[in-house]
Design a protein around this ligand. Structure first.
Ligand SMILES: NC(=O)c1ccc[n+]([C@@H]2O[C@H](COP(=O)([O-])OP(=O)(O)OC[C@H]3O[C@@H](n4cnc5c(N)ncnc54)[C@H](O)[C@@H]3O)[C@@H](O)[C@H]2O)c1
Length: 271
């Protein structure tokens, strides 16, 4: 369904790795809603070449950028303005990675080089993107910048490991930068805290299949899909949400405000 609510808007979308990626769905929906945008991902993530299919489908160009490199981000943002023919209206930061998780290091036995790298990729990169955009005066007034988060930023989910700390930092950056960007340019900055979703990053978390089932049963509306998340992102990029900024917005079928559900209680009756 398309209502052209992003007609005339220009964007940059980070993080479309394959069809499962939340960023992939956002790109498809943004295209349907009339936006033009540049797709970007880490050079190493381009090796599979999947992103080119998305670029073709959405009439977009791809610019590789490691989101931890300010130089790469500068190049990405300046080139995007040239390609798209003006300043940017929306940016999606859909990036997350923990080497401790990948290598199976327990939260209480971290390799701090891994921790630093994960923090840089998953959280500090969001600051780098916004600081660079601000310095280049790349955003239009009332532009909208989003990053994706998870409720482990507020509550403990043991197997989420150091990604929980990264997400807390990410959400804090959204508030702090949101203040400054709002004051300076009326740009809004938010994070969307999404249900667990079956993607490459998601399935890296230990016990993810069990966890996704638990979360489904603990959410009155069930888990939100990647496509539903994309729809929410589109609304946040549109002019219909102009005064929403510095927020962490739960998109989780009600999980975050549910203490327990009947379905979960019944599981315990089975013993
Ligand atoms: N899948 C879930 O359960 C879930 C739930 C809540 C939030 N999120 C968040 O959603 C976002 C997108 O993840 P996804 O689930 O779509 O998985 P995904 O694996 O498809 O996307 C993660 C992306 O991060 C990119 N990336 C990693 N290192 C990078 C770097 N140095 N520079 C640029 N890009 C880099 C990867 O190439 C990939 O495209 C992440 O922030 C993730 O934490 C995911």
């Amino acid at each position: 369904m398309s209502n052209n609510i992003l007609k005339g808007k220009r964007g940059i979308i980070f993080g479309a790795l394959n069809e499962q990626s939340i960023a992939w769905k956002v790109a498809e929906r943004a295209h349907e809603e009339g936006a033009t945008f540049v797709l970007t991902n880490a050079p190493i993530a381009m090796r599979m070449g999947e992103i080119n299919k998305l670029a073709e489908k959405t009439g977009s160009q791809v610019i590789p950028a490691d989101a931890t490199s300010v130089e790469d981000i500068e190049n990405l943002i300046s080139q995007s303005m040239e390609i798209l023919g003006g300043k940017i209206d929306f940016i999606l930061h859909s990036i997350g990675m923990s080497i401790n998780v990948r290598k199976g290091r327990h939260y209480t036995d971290q390799n701090y080089d891994f921790t630093h790298k994960g923090l840089d990729v998953s959280a500090l990169s969001f600051h780098k993107v916004m600081q660079t955009a601000m310095k280049l005066d790349a955003m239009n007034e009332w532009g909208s910048i989003l990053a994706l988060s998870y409720i482990a930023a507020q509550r403990t989910f043991p197997d989420y490991n150091d990604m929980a700390d990264n997400k807390s930092y990410l959400e804090s950056i959204a508030r702090s930068f949101g203040y400054h960007y709002g004051m300076a340019k009326k740009v809004r900055v938010n994070t969307i805290s999404q249900s667990p979703t079956m993607t490459t990053a998601g399935s890296g978390v230990k016990g993810f299949n069990e966890f996704i089932n638990y979360s489904e049963k603990m959410s009155p509306l069930g888990n939100a899909s990647a496509l539903a998340c994309a729809d929410y992102c589109i609304s946040m990029f549109s002019d219909l949400t102009k005064y929403v900024t510095m927020q962490n917005l739960f998109h989780d079928g009600g999980f975050s405000n549910t203490g327990v559900t009947q379905a979960v209680i019944e599981k315990f009756g089975e013993e």
